[in-house]
Design a binder for this molecule. Structure first.
Ligand code: NAP
Length: 282
């Protein structure tokens, strides 16, 4: 068996072409484009790169971004004030607060200050709760990107046993709820899970969201499983030992080019949606 490649890079490119057309149509109709505000606190080089990549993605589809850069001495109160200002700005349709923020800041309080309608990165507790309940909310960008990838390739989820390894607020936890809402039977594993390998061996769908290079071994995964790897580490490997699975899995997300491109793509996809909703009445 040769595994179907779940090509996130190709899907992201195709989606960008569609989003460009939607942004152009909106501009023609209203004279305005959706605007994503990005907030970078401090000078962490990796965070700065991620924010730049997000701004570049906006530019590629013809929408604007508003870059907010704050010093690493910023307090929780100052960041909350900036978020409130962006919430109140009718020209801003989405807000991205780049994680992580400096440690003196209460990150959760700041995430939760983002207005639900502008939470296009899906980081608020309110958005998470609504998503979990099947109510309208933007999904957390990486797991939502994974769901969009699985949907694009018609990967069956209903009734399947999905094992998600990792339970972080931005990935494992929302991933598990999204799969549950798609009628998968879901097991969530984490650092205290006993007999991890036995759980993974039962999976029809495995999602690796551990943050350790090739931590999940190929021989823990059964033949014919769908293998989703959210990790990306130096050397171009993910959280799962993927190479031996290309002949055994039914579908696989390559690293790089699988899950990675879907995260920023989902952020701009949801930003365009938010812009369309808010500009529709103008
Ligand atoms: P994280 O916050 O560090 O969470 C890692 C999770 O893995 C935790 O829930 C942890 O369990 C669990 N874990 C750690 N050691 C384990 C073990 N020995 N056995 C079972 N579970 C274990 O990481 P994250 O932010 O969710 O990211 C996970 C991966 O996805 C990373 O490789 C990251 O680079 C990648 N990622 C990619 C994107 C993208 O855009 N493509 C975005 C975000 C993350 P506990 O909860 O018990 O500590």
């Amino acid at each position: 068996m040769s595994a179907l490649l779940l090509d996130g890079k190709a899907l992201a490119q195709k989606t960008e072409a569609e989003l460009s057309q939607r942004v152009a149509a909106l501009k023609e109709k209203t004279g305005r484009t959706p605007i994503l505000a990005t907030i970078l606190v401090g000078a962490d080089p990796a965070s700065a790169t991620y924010v730049r990549m997000k701004g570049n993605a906006c530019t590629r589809i013809g929408m604007d971004s508003l870059k907010v850069e704050l010093p690493d001495t910023t307090t929780t109160e100052e960041l909350l004030a900036k978020i409130t200002e962006l919430n109140d700005n009718p020209d801003v349709h989405g807000i991205l607060l780049q994680h992580p923020v400096p440690e003196q800041i209460d990150e959760r309080a700041c995430f939760d200050a983002i207005a639900l309608s502008k939470d296009v990165d899906g980081v608020t507790c309110l958005g998470f709760g609504r998503m979990a309940m099947g109510e309208d909310a933007y999904g957390c960008a990486t797991p939502k990107g994974i769901m969009r990838l699985l949907e694009a390739y018609d990967v069956p989820l209903q009734g399947k046993h999905a094992v998600v390894v990792g339970r972080s607020p931005i990935l494992g936890k929302p991933m598990a709820l999204m799969l549950l809402n798609a009628n998968a039977t879901v097991t969530i594993c984490h650092s205290r899970t006993e007999n991890l390998q036995d759980h993974i061996r039962q999976a029809d769908i495995v999602v690796g969201a551990v943050g350790r290079p090739e931590f999940i071994k190929a021989d823990w995964i059964k033949d014919g499983a769908v293998v989703v790897d959210a990790g990306y580490h130096p050397g171009g490997v993910g959280d799962i030992e993927l190479a031996p699975l290309h002949d055994r899995a039914s579908a696989i997300t390559p690293v790089p080019g699988g899950v990675g491109p879907m995260t920023i793509n989902t952020l701009i996809y949801q930003s365009v949606d938010s812009g369309e909703k808010k500009l529709a009445d103008t």
